[in-house]
Design a protein around this ligand. Structure first.
Ligand SMILES: Nc1ncnc2c1ncn2[C@@H]1O[C@H](COP(=O)(O)OP(=O)(O)OP(=O)(O)O)[C@@H](O)[C@H]1O
Ligand SMILES: [Mg+2]
Length: 1238
């Protein structure tokens, strides 16, 4: 087995499955996936040398070629291109949909697809952890993942679409409030974000939740040069509406200290006004009301104006607000008293405490520096709480609409940061990054190696740097880490930030035992996994304290604006001994919760790398990148990957997913499998034929070495389902075919044996009426000729023509016994009579003659004559083969109608039947009739062999060639072979040979194909015994070809040699490409010709080459143009001999006790051939034929008229031979059609 090949097959199966009938064959996708020539290696586990430099070289080659993504196993490395590569389009999304990682070039979409697929397939929560330094592309990657999942996750439901829209809208909204331009990144995330998408069991997103991590609120009040405040302040000040400007006294960003101090009002590539619109749109999508929006903007205005409050130093050193107009306006915005704002900003209320009891309260004036930091604290607190409010408001909107079963989390957190001046914020940010690196190490390196040991898997350990020591340095409580030390310092000198900072410096000496920490006076150094960072202690303890002084909290609490009040819900209890949580406590707790959360999900990693510091699309900064490669531990990652196993799962889970792949554990496994999960799992892996070195069995888990092997297993599983579905479809189709065929046979049999027999009996009665007195037309004697009666459908089974005639005749309750086209002899004054077309209708009441005339361009069908049956005295016919008859009606001026009708015998038969033989049938060489009331006339029959077809009427004489002898009877039906039941072989699953004995039955040929087997007693394998219809005899060829696949009955006696019909040419297909088939498939070399057996609409066709049959992809095949075939020579015209006449003219009378003239009435019993003693064709015309008595009334009709539907005992009835099924239908149909077309 070659697992890599199978990886491609999976696509077919998966796509077919997912798209429901999509018939594209997978291999095309393989080519598609590798169309573009890859530069370097797309998976660095394949690098020949593993070193940081080799990794760097590979990344550089690819990046320069516009390929920013590269794998290390399942980890995606992304190097920021700083340019639009056009690789995130809908079209690219569709290419990655449903594909496994190896089928397509590395891409962030492949990671998203993997997470989404695994979530659905394994029912496990997923998370995508994106790490990398600031500006490396984490936020971009997170957005692409959301874009992909929103695009591929189904759900037409409006609530699902709404969730998708909201999730996508969180990006512009949170970017506006949470991102800012920094020196490293124009759109730097200044907070961490973990977005959890919640899915129902159909994989549709039903809700989402965002967890926010530590906003860098210090940015609100000041930034280093050339950085900016949060984007929203510039959007708001630049693009707010006039109404908002009026309401909030808003001016441009240059007006406000907070936004202008760093001298960076605009950023190239950022359009604040356009972004403002996007922000408003996002607010609308998320469902923020107008009032909520106004409240948010009011908070922004308060912050902006707070920044503009300036303090002057008075003589006593205390501060005074320079412009009370500003504080008044702030008071207006905050809905508090103007003087209160001024007071709160310049004074602090102090309370003395004596022995734990409250003492006196007094106001302490603040110097300008103290006043300024109080003002900034208020601004930061308002913004921070506003941001958290927005996140929780978004979460309310995205609450799950219905229960969710799985989650995909996407973590986009601020990147590792090293600035000139690093403070508490950087400490927190870098701490979270250390934690993420920990997870990565835990899951990919440490945990993996530990698991191999635990599971007793053979394994070579890899050395790597474990950054747990750095995490411990920052977060440990005992011995106190940095956060704990900060807390202690804050607690001892809570009133004085400087004193607290100093306390921290003293205490931090204790941290120096950790090799990753160095105390450097007012600074300290931490050796992070990603580099050494020097932090300034100044202000750290205060930032850690993160508490707003009581006066400011009182100010907010006194506000008339409930939104502002609501932003500060928890006021610390002044009496509580418990220290409120510090910023360090909070970040440690939330980082811990995050890690716990992530560890519960199946992680996917994206490690982003920043290509250069200048946002240049062409600069590849090798040195900086090499540094990132080192600290990200990519080299170790590759080594672990190479030595390790790509996939593992518990035996139970493995069996649950792949039980179908071994016959021992498949459906029958419930009954036959007795082993434990481990041996079951081993059995599956063995039975699938995967190489032994590709997997190992641990203690509780099975380990799969390469992802290709897992994909191969998945492919087999998919294919199993797919095959099952095809089989069920095929069986269902066959069942229907079989059912239809059975129904057709039953109908045919019924017709032949019931209706058919009845019609044939009428015909036999017709023979008897003529009683050997009239020469016969050859067609009248064909075995399948039946007397169907109403050829024009004048009766209930209406046709448009039948309906017209019926209306013309004015028929109501009469039953129509006969209708046919005919010719009426019409005499024109002074001219000889001429035949003219008419419709002849016989009902149980009368004979109708209907004519169609052209009256002024209009076709009018009208009744020409009606003769009541009671008035009909007789019908006169000639004794020759012609079709003429005189209906001897009442003596009247119109005379007797002379009519020519091919079905005249049938007409008189029905007439006799319905009048119970009361009509005299005169047959002789002349027809005597009344031309007018008092004028008798005679028409003579003249034998004239020169008349080619039918007969010719001319001057009272009918010229006609010789017909079949008068005593001719219907031709016997072809005999059927005794005991042969034709098999139903239309369906593929139906066995050739039919329901006969086991020995006759071919061995079933199952798919996927086993080796062809020979049938018992046959030298050729069963599969080759393809049934071909036997050539039909000339006279039966039409029905035999059209309806049967069984051999036609043997030709009638002395029939001329029938030319076998040309065997239908089978469509042949040629292989366009070589195809390596697997089980059940047919391996094809290029240009192999195969015969098509069956087309399946799933992209696979069943084809046959010689004895081999199997499936092949349809788009590998092209039709071979059919070769021109010479038409078979037409069969020689052979006149059939006529069976011998019965010994006596009254032979048809059963009273004689003789054998019926027609053998073969029993369908099953072999019948003797009819004796062939009659004269040769043409002999009947000789004068030696017994001359019938002219004009004599034959006795038979009155005596032997059978009841309609005649019984065996009916005198004169002769059981007709059973016609081969289908012939009767065809004959009747042909007769009807001829009647309609004439
Ligand atoms: N795949 C990409 N294609 C094109 N440009 C990109 C891509 N990834 C990132 N960029 C560019 O790099 C900039 C920085 O990316 P991004 O904001 O995602 O970085 P980050 O890792 O989130 O940084 P931070 O930690 O500062 O938030 C983007 O604004 C964009 O201009
Ligand atoms: Mg970001």
């Amino acid at each position: 087995m070659a697992p890599t090949k199978k990886g491609g097959k999976k696509t077919a199966a998966t796509q077919e499955k997912k798209k429901g009938g999509f018939t594209k064959v997978a291999k095309a996708d393989w080519k598609e996936g590798f169309k573009k020539k890859q530069v370097g290696v797309s998976d660095m586990t394949l690098l020949t040398t593993i070193s940081n430099e080799a990794v760097n070289d590979n990344l550089q080659k690819r990046w320069t070629n516009g390929e920013i993504y590269t794998y290390i196993g399942s980890v995606l490395i992304s190097v920021n291109p700083f340019r639009d590569l056009g690789i995130y389009t809908e079209e690219i999304i569709s290419r990655y949909k449903g594909k496994n990682r190896l089928e397509m070039p590395p891409h962030v979409f492949a990671i998203a697809e993997g997470a989404y697929y695994n979530m659905q397939a394994y029912k496990e929560n997923q998370c995508v952890i994106i790490s990398g330094e600031s500006g490396a592309g984490k936020t971009e990657a997170a957005k692409r993942i959301m874009q992909y999942i929103a695009a591929v996750s189904g759900g037409q439901d409006s609530s699902i679409q709404e969730i998708k829209d909201m999730v996508l809208a969180t990006n512009p909204l949170l970017e506006s409030f949470g991102c800012a331009k920094t020196l490293r990144n124009n759109n730097s995330s200044r907070h961490g974000k973990y977005l959890e998408l919640m899915f129902n069991d159909r994989g549709e997103p039903v809700g989402a939740q965002i967890t926010n991590y530590l906003l860098e609120k210090g940015r609100v009040v000041g930034q280093v040069d050339n950085e900016r405040d949060f984007h929203i302040f510039y959007q708001f000040t630049k693009a707010a509406s006039e109404e908002q400007r009026e309401m909030f006294g808003l001016q441009g960003p240059e007006t406000y200290v907070y936004t202008s101090r760093s001298n960076c009002l605009s950023v190239p590539g950022i359009d604040d006004s356009a972004d403002w619109k996007d922000t408003l749109k996002a607010m609308q999508v998320i469902g923020l009301s107008k009032a909520e929006q106004t409240d948010i903007f009011r908070m922004l205005a308060i912050i902006l104006w707070l920044g503009n409050v300036q303090f002057e130093e008075m003589d006593d050193g205390n501060s005074k607000v320079s412009d009370s107009g500003v504080t008044d306006f702030i008071a207006y915005l905050m809905e508090v008293d103007g003087s209160v704002v001024e007071k709160v900003l310049t004074q602090r209320t102090m309370e003395t405490q004596r022995g734990g009891r409250r003492g006196s309260v007094y106001d302490v004036p603040l110097n300008p520096a103290q006043a300024g930091s109080g003002r900034d604290a208020l601004s930061k607190a308002i913004y921070n709480n506003l941001f958290e409010w927005i996140v929780s408001r978004v979460n309310i909107s995205m609450k799950p609409r219905s229960p969710h079963t799985q989650i995909i989390g996407v973590l986009d957190i601020y990147g590792f940061e090293i600035f000139q001046d690093n403070s508490f914020e950087q400490l927190c940010i870098n701490y979270v990054n250390e934690k993420l690196q920990q997870i990565f190490i835990e899951l990919t390196l440490k945990a993996e190696q530990e698991e191999y040991v635990r599971e007793q898997i053979k394994w070579t350990p890899i050395k790597y740097f474990n950054n747990k020591i750095v995490c411990d340095l920052i977060e440990e409580r005992r011995p106190a880490g940095i956060f704990a030390t900060l807390n202690d310092a804050t607690a001892t000198a809570h009133a004085d930030p400087t004193a607290a900072d100093n306390s921290f410096i003293q205490r931090s000496a204790g941290l120096s035992s950790n090799p990753h920490f160095e105390s450097r006076g007012a600074q300290f150094l931490i050796k992070h996994y990603a580099g050494d960072v020097m932090y300034n202690v100044s202000g750290m303890t205060d930032k850690n304290k993160d508490a707003l002084i009581k006066d400011l909290l009182d100010l907010v609490a006194g506000s008339g604006n409930s939104f502002l009040q609501g932003l500060f819900p928890d006021r610390p209890d002044p009496n509580s001994k418990k220290r409120p949580p510090t910023a360090g406590d909070k970040i440690r707790a939330s980082a811990g919760a995050l890690v716990e959360n992530l560890m519960k999900a199946q992680p996917s990693y994206i490690r982003t790398i920043k290509s250069n510091e200048n946002r240049s699309p062409t600069e590849y900064d090798s040195k900086a990148i090499l540094h990132q490669i080192k600290y990200l531990g990519l080299q170790e990652n590759i080594r672990v990957r190479r030595a390790g196993f790509a996939y593992r799962n518990t035996f139970e889970k493995m069996i649950e997913r792949f039980y179908l792949l071994s016959p021992a554990t498949s459906y029958a496994g419930d009954y036959i499998w007795k082993g434990d999960p481990k041996s079951g799992c081993e059995k599956i892996l063995t039975d699938t034929g995967i190489a032994k070195e590709e997997w190992q069995m641990g203690v509780t888990k099975a380990f799969i070495k390469n992802p290709e092997t897992l994909f191969a297993l998945e492919t087999m599983r998919d294919r199993y389902w797919h095959n099952m579905a095809s089989r069920i479809q095929r069986a269902w189709r066959n069942y229907w075919r079989y059912k239809n065929e059975c129904a057709t046979r039953i109908q045919r049999f019924w017709k032949n044996n019931k209706e058919g027999l009845a019609y044939a009996e009428v015909r036999e009665y017709g023979h008897q009426i003529l009683a050997g007195r009239k020469e016969r037309r050859r067609y009248s004697l064909l075995s399948y000729r039946r007397f169907m009666g109403d050829y024009l459908n004048v009766g209930p089974a209406k046709s448009p023509l039948g309906e017209t005639i019926r209306t013309a005749c004015g028929l109501a309750n009469e039953s129509v016994l006969f209708s046919a086209r005919s010719q009426l002899l019409v005499s024109k004054l002074g001219r000889s009579s001429k035949p003219s077309p008419r419709y002849l209708v016989l009902t149980d009441k009368a004979v109708y003659i209907v004519v169609t005339n052209n009256k002024e361009g209009k076709i009018v069908t009208s009744l020409e004559r009606k003769i009541n049956l009671a008035a009909i005295r007789g019908v006169a016919l000639t004794n020759l083969r012609d079709d003429w008859m005189a209906i001897q009606g009442p003596i009247c001026e119109e005379g007797d109608p002379i009519i020519s009708c091919v079905f005249k015998t049938e007409f008189i038969t029905h007439l006799m039947q319905t009048t119970r033989g009361q009509v005299t049938i005169s047959i002789g060489p002349e027809i005597h009739y009344n031309k007018k009331k008092d004028k008798q006339a005679v028409i003579k029959a003249v034998k004239d062999e020169t008349v080619q077809k039918d007969d010719v009427y001319k001057s009272h004489a009918i010229h006609v060639a010789s017909g079949e002898p008068p005593n001719s009877v219907s031709r016997p039906a072809a005999k059927r072979k005794a005991g042969v039941v034709r098999p139903i072989t239309k369906g593929k699953l139906l066995r050739k040979g039919g329901p006969s004995t086991d020995q006759q039955r071919p061995k079933p040929v199952s798919k996927p194909k086993p080796a062809a087997q020979a049938l018992p007693g046959q030298s050729k394998p069963a599969a080759t015994a393809k049934y071909t219809p036997a050539p039909a005899s000339t006279s039966y060829s039409a029905p035999a070809q059209s309806s049967y696949s069984a051999p036609a009955p043997p030709p009638p006696p002395r029939a001329g040699p029938a030319a076998p019909p040309a065997a239908p040419q089978k469509p042949m297909y040629k292989a366009k490409f070589a195809f390596q088939g697997q089980e059940g498939e047919l391996t094809l070399a290029k240009d192999d010709e195969v015969e098509l057996v069956q087309k399946d609409d799933n992209g696979w066709w069943l084809v046959k080459r010689g004895n081999e049959e199997g499936w092949a992809p349809y788009n590998y095949l092209e039709l071979v143009p059919p070769k021109p075939v010479a038409a078979p020579p037409p069969p020689p015209p052979v006149r059939r001999p006529v069976p011998a006449p019965a010994p006596t003219p009254a032979a048809a009378t059963p009273a004689t006790g003789k054998k019926p003239a027609f053998p073969g009435t029993n369908l099953n019993k072999p019948q003797p051939k009819p004796p062939i003693t009659g004269p040769k064709p043409g002999a009947a015309a000789s004068s030696s034929a017994p001359a019938p008595k002219v004009g004599g009334k034959p006795p038979v009709p009155s005596a032997v008229r059978p009841p309609v539907g005649g019984s065996k005992n009916t005198p004169g009835s002769v059981r007709p031979a059973a016609a081969p099924p289908g012939q009767m239908d065809l004959a009747a149909m042909l007769a009807k059609r001829a009647q309609h077309m004439n």
